[in-house]
Design a binder for this molecule. Structure first.
Ligand SMILES: *Cc1c(COP(=O)(O)O)cnc(C)c1O
Length: 399
């Protein structure tokens, strides 16, 4: 008898380069381990060079970066921010926390991104900004969105948490809006456990953003010798990560291309293996528009019905494969409902969010494991012979 196959987790953060060496270096260095040291600067420089932003401010999380963006808008009660409902909580919460009111717009059925054709109808005299989210690292239609924003004098903020190294019309995501954010949470392509960055493509934001990040002080200007006293000059939070976090992240950034390549290879394996199921009409595979270069942040597909998803997920679990779904649309969440400003339903969001399935995708997912995942999905639909079941639904280590 063959032994039961090991459980395949949904995500596994990997140490891929010199992360630990750099952490050691940060700790033993003479400059201290608080923020704004060598590794924070190295990471920030990496982003300004790769994305072409005017400035990059490393933060404790993408949520923190979005909060700084919200603070930079100086929101007044009643100010509205247009965004998708099909996104992670903090796309909205960062703005709500700092005085904004989210106005949720439906998504495209092909990319799951905000439907730019619906944005203009959502604009009122209180609208201040459009927050786009590039779902799964596939770009929103940035040409049209930037045009609309310009026409209505709105700020565009890219929640590019999932979109590092993705491109639209051969230009990096994170370089389109006046501001953009990336996340380095352990579930993202590049990670420091928790972490984020705020990219500023409009130089006008830089000096206030630095103050907001440093507890409302002009500490940054003081260290650059631009002012002779370091003092309290504005509101602000403590959003600067330590050198330990930045050192780990820099180890990942140095390997960014190889991480991207490995993820793309897994994504392509899934996509090829599941094509016959799409041809049979069992599921719908992701759609990548021609002018989008994606970063394999996630592999997802849509089941025919919500019931099929429930059955598939429990079948996969029994086969030792952890597949998941997300998001509860924000306009249907308890908090979203309490904000109560979304009269209309968002039919595409509500439909697709109940049919999406995400497969395990991480660096180090072996060829054999990728095959097991594909075989399990195929068996669910074709009723082919079952593979050796795992001993239990519990997580077991992935030898
Ligand atoms: C992960 C994610 C965030 C939050 O990132 P943190 O770094 O955990 O704060 C925000 N928006 C989107 C779209 C995300 O996927």
């Amino acid at each position: 008898m063959t032994s039961p196959a090991a459980f395949i987790p949904f995500n596994k953060p990997a140490v891929v380069g010199r992360e630990l060496e750099y952490v050691q270096e940060a700790i033993t260095g003479k400059a201290g381990i608080a923020g704004n040291g060598y590794f924070v600067r190295q990471c920030e420089q990496w982003f300004t060079e790769r994305i072409g932003s005017h400035a990059a401010l490393l933060t404790g999380s993408c949520t923190h970066a979005l909060e700084i963006a919200a603070l930079l808008l100086d929101l007044q009660p009643g100010d509205e921010i247009i965004m998708p409902s099909y996104t992670f909580v903090t796309t909205a919460n960062a703005f709500v926390l700092h005085g904004g009111t989210p106005v949720f717009v439906d998504i495209h059925a092909d990319t799951m991104n905000i439907d730019e054709r619906l944005i203009e109808d959502a604009i009122t005299e209180r609208t201040r900004a459009i927050v786009v989210m590039h779902y799964g690292g596939v770009s929103c239609r940035m040409g049209r969105i930037m045009e609309l924003a310009e026409k209505h004098h709105l700020v565009v903020i890219e929640d590019a948490a999932q979109a590092m190294l993705s491109r639209f019309r051969d230009r990096p995501l994170g370089s389109f809006g006046q501001m953009a954010t990336f996340s380095f949470h352990e579930t993202k392509n590049y990670t420091s456990g928790e972490g984020g960055v705020l990219l500023l493509n409009d130089p006008a934001y830089q000096s206030r953003a630095e103050i907001l990040r440093e507890k409302g002080t002009n500490r940054n200007q003081f260290f650059r010798g631009e002012v002779d006293k370091y003092t309290w000059v504005d509101i602000g939070g403590s959003y600067l990560p330590s050198e330990i976090i930045a050192a780990f992240l820099y180890g990942q950034l140095e390997q960014a291309q190889s991480i991207n390549n490995e993820r793309l290879s897994i994504w392509n394996t899934y996509n090829e293996a599941l094509a016959p199921l799409q041809a049979r009409g069992d599921l719908r595979q992701p759609i990548i528009p021609e002018n989008c270069e994606h970063n394999a942040h996630m592999y997802y597909f849509l089941t025919e019905t919500p019931e099929a998803r429930t059955e598939l997920l429990s079948f996969l679990k029994a086969q030792g494969v952890s597949a998941v779904f997300h998001y509860v649309p924000l306009h249907t969440s308890p908090m979203g409902k309490s904000l109560g400003n979304n009269a209309g339903a968002l039919p595409v969001t509500e439909d697709l969010s109940e049919r999406i399935v995400r497969l395990p995708l991480y660096c180090g997912l072996s060829q054999g494991e990728q095959e097991r995942v594909c075989r399990a999905v195929t068996e669910f639909y074709t009723g082919a012979k079952q593979i050796t079941p795992v001993s239990s639904g519990k997580m077991v280590s992935n030898a």
